[in-house]
Each structure stands twice: as C-alpha cells, then as structure tokens.
Design a protein. Structure first.
Length: 434
C-alpha cells in the first residue's frame, strides 16, 4: 500500500535513490536539518554581536566560560543519554533549548542592552550547538537501517547546508524590524519545529517497521556526549590521536586569533549592535555560499586525487599568508577576505579531512576519543588561545604582533596536517595489505 501511494514520484528513486514509501521520512529528515540549521545560523550573528557588546577585552572570559560549561554539560548529558531511551531525549533537549531561547528572547525584548544576559547567551549558544547537531544525527541513526542510511543520509544532510545559508540571510534582513529579541523567538520556533520533526520520524518508523533481518542491520546508535574524559586515555596512548588533538588545538588558536581581531575591527567600525549583527550575517552568508560550492565541486575531487593531507594543509598555508597580509595591511576589507577564506576552507576542506582521519582508527576511538577531542580539546584550545591573544594585545604596542605570531602558528598547523595526512595514508595502506 505504502509503495503504491508514492508511485506517482518514480523520479525520486531514479535521481536520489529514494523509494516512494521512504519519501515522507526523507522529507522529514531533510526538514529536521533545515529547520535546525536555519534556527542555529540565525543565532550565530546575534551571538557575535553579544560578544562584542560584552567588551572585546573580555572575550577571553567568554571563551573560558564556554569551556567550563562544556565540561559541566557534556558529562551530565552523557549520563542521561546512557540511561534514557534515545527517542525520549530529543523532545526534552529540544524543548529545553527552546525554553531557554524564549527566556533569552523575552529578556532582550524587555532589556535589549543587558550586558550580562548577552554574555550568558554567547556561552549558551556556543555549547548547545554541539548537542543539537549530535542529537539530530543520532535520530536518523535510530530511525533508518544501514542500507537506508547509505542511500538517504547525504540527501537529508543537505538540509543543513540550505539552512546554514538561509539562517544568516534571515538575520541580516530581519534584525532591523524584529530586533535581537524577536530573532531569538523566531529561532526558537524553528528549532522547536525541528524537534517536532524528529518525533515524527520515530512515529513514521513505528508505522513502517523494519522487515525481519533489517533490525540487526540498523545503524548502531552511538551514545550522545558521554563523559568527555572517557576518550582521554585513548588519546594520550596514541601518537596518531595526539597529532589530531594538536591539529585541533592549532585550528582553535588560529580561529581565536582571527575571531578576536574580527571583534576589535567590527566594534570600532560599527558601533550600532544591529549593524554589527548585519555584518556578521553577511560574512556568514558568504561563507556558506562558498562552502557549499566547494563541497559540491572541489572537496571530493581533491581528496580522491591528492589525498587527505592536501585537505589538511591547504587552509593553514593560506592562513599563514593571510596573517602576514593582516600584519602589513590591517584593514577591515583585508580581514573579511582572510576570515571568509578561513571559515569556508574549514567547512569545505579541513573538517572533511579531519573526519577522514578517523576512518583508520579503532571503532571505539571513533566515538570516545573523537568526542574528547571535539569537545574538551577544542574548547580548551579556544580558552587557552583566548588568553594568549589577550596577553599579546596587552604587552604588544601594535596588533601586528599577534598577526605575525598567528602566521607562525598557522605554519605549525600546516606541518601537523602534513604529518597526519602521511600517517593516515600509511595506516590505510597497512589495512589494505592485511
């Protein structure tokens, strides 16, 4: 019955590999990612503006606060996730996030200039994005069997790219009429709708149970979060994983140096908070467009023809040149070019390359060690480099000092990526010969 009901859409199967009975679930999965990423990327420019409003000289405190809250939230979330059925976690987590966003939104409507509310919002958004994205991916892993996942996951994940593009556009257009509080309320509605879609997916699976034999092939659910320290021992035992951790720390350091410079320049050039939000929204929009184009036409070809190492080395080398350019010509236009290149390059090249490194590690390390690196190591790198950047700004008479040091860090980052690429190739070749 379900097969015939979608028989008028045979093109879905030909073009996307979607069977007619799967079409509603695929549309729901795509909508889940689209709504979530639209809502989240609406929040990003607002978060950046709140960071600037809290004082550029205080950004290192916000980064430290994010690290501390991450350490507190992830073990608690992992403890709950290990004891509660996954399908019950989605409504609670999404609902909790929506409630906090409604609270922040109402607070900004009533007191739009409240500095401490803005600081709390900055930290909260920096923490919840990891939880929500991880949870959305796990919902798909719970609902779809392994064979379905191979055919359908990429199509559904494309909703994330579309949402990541639309979100900052909406923020840029609506910050004037709605204000920051209104943007948060709209984002809360979108994220709430994404959570409702996740619930609908579980109900669709209940109405379309897996056939005999499929249940054993279902994608094995991975516990969300977990104690982030569970993977620490594995990281410190493995030179390869230690190299990935170093790569992430250097990535976070380069990102933080540029982030602080972004805040300094935007605060000086655009004193109005709505103006700042528009600027951040335009940068996000440009980054998303370039990232999508690169992912479609470059990433796969580079990885297949030149290897993972090129994905990991290219952006650090460009950033080394970019830091030198900023040191010699510290203009806002130059900064925008460097910042867009860094972020688009990370999404399109560095992040896929980093994920490919985990294809040659043990199954347990793909989750425990990766979780530790992606949360504790990354946020710790953010916090530490934030204080280093602030110290350089205090002791240096000119911002160029930090830019020259940033160029050196980017070169070390490139060297680390080159070493990881070679190690990954050796491990891959060794696995083939076994």
């Amino acid at each position: 019955m379900g097969e015939r009901s979608g028989g008028h859409m045979p093109w879905l199967a030909r073009v996307f590999g979607v069977r007619p009975c799967e079409a509603p679930a695929v549309a729901a999965g795509l909508a889940m990612f689209f709504l979530l990423f639209t809502g989240y990327f609406m929040l990003r420019p607002v978060r950046e503006a709140m960071g600037v409003a809290g004082g550029v000289d205080n950004l290192q405190w916000l980064f430290t606060g994010t690290f501390v809250v991450t350490l507190a939230i992830l073990p608690l979330f992992g403890w709950v996730a290990s004891r509660v059925p996954r399908r019950r976690i989605a409504p609670w987590v999404f609902g909790g996030v929506v409630a906090t966003l409604l609270g922040f939104g109402a607070g900004l409507v009533l007191q739009p200039e409240h500095v401490w509310a803005g600081r709390a919002f900055f930290i909260w958004v920096s923490v919840i994005n990891m939880l929500l994205i991880s949870l959305a991916r796990s919902v798909l892993a719970d609902v779809f069997a392994a064979g379905e996942a191979k055919r359908l996951f990429a199509l559904m994940a494309s909703g994330a790219s579309a949402g990541g593009l639309l979100g900052p556009v909406l923020t840029t257009l609506l910050v004037g009429p709605l204000g920051h509080g209104g943007l948060l309320l709209l984002s809360a509605a979108l994220i709430g709708a994404s959570g409702a879609t996740a619930l609908w997916l579980h109900r669709w699976r209940d109405r379309h149970p897996l056939r005999d034999g499929q249940a054993a092939a279902a994608v094995r659910p991975v516990r969300l979060g977990g104690n982030p320290f569970a993977g620490a021992t594995a990281v410190f035992r493995s030179p390869f994983l230690l190299g990935i951790a170093l790569f992430v720390v250097l990535l976070a350091t380069v990102t933080t140096f540029l982030y602080f410079e972004q805040a300094r320049l935007v605060a000086g050039l655009f004193p109005d908070r709505a103006q700042q939000t528009r600027v951040f929204g335009l940068i996000d929009t440009t980054v998303q467009v370039l990232s999508i184009l690169a992912q479609l036409f470059l990433t796969g070809r580079i990885a297949q023809r030149l290897g993972v190492g090129v994905l990991l080395v290219g952006v650090p080398l460009v950033m080394a040149a970019g830091f030198l350019w900023l040191a010699l010509a510290p203009a806002f236009a130059v900064f925008v070019v460097v910042m867009v290149a860094r972020r688009a390059g990370e999404y399109a090249l560095v992040r896929p390359g980093r994920e490919m490194l985990y294809t040659v590690v043990a199954a347990e390390d793909k989750y425990k060690a990766k979780n530790f690196i992606d949360t504790v190591v990354y946020r710790g790198g953010d916090a530490l480099s934030g204080w280093v950047k602030r110290l350089l700004d205090v002791i240096g008479e000119h911002p160029s000092l930090a830019m020259f040091i940033g160029a050196g860090i980017a070169l070390v980052w490139a060297g680390t990526g080159l070493g990881l690429g070679r190690a990954q190739r050796r491990r891959e070749q060794a696995a083939v010969t076994l």
